[in-house]
Design a protein around this ligand. Structure first.
Ligand SMILES: [Zn+2]
Length: 78
């Protein structure tokens, strides 16, 4: 019992924190090691990552187009 291994259930439970890098270094390393070896969890992690990225991209795109139209409105008023 010298090494602590995460099982799939624990990996899935910590997945969002892992993607946000909110886990301690040791758990981050163990998560990485599990994901390298486990196709199921790796696929799940990739899915969550893509979902997160697309949400962030959608959010920032909306914000920037709103900002652009505000800037355009200000420029047009001169
Ligand atoms: Zn797994």
């Amino acid at each position: 019992m010298s090494e602590r291994h995460l099982d799939c259930e624990q990996v899935i439970r910590h997945l969002l924190e892992y993607l946000d890098r909110e886990l301690d270094d040791r758990t981050m390393a163990e998560m990485s090691r599990h994901l390298e070896q486990c196709r199921g969890c790796f696929g799940r992690a990739e899915l969550e990552r893509k979902l997160k990225e697309s949400l962030q991209a959608a959010g920032s795109k909306r914000a920037s187009s709103r900002l652009r139209s505000r800037i355009k409105a200000i420029l047009d008023s001169f």
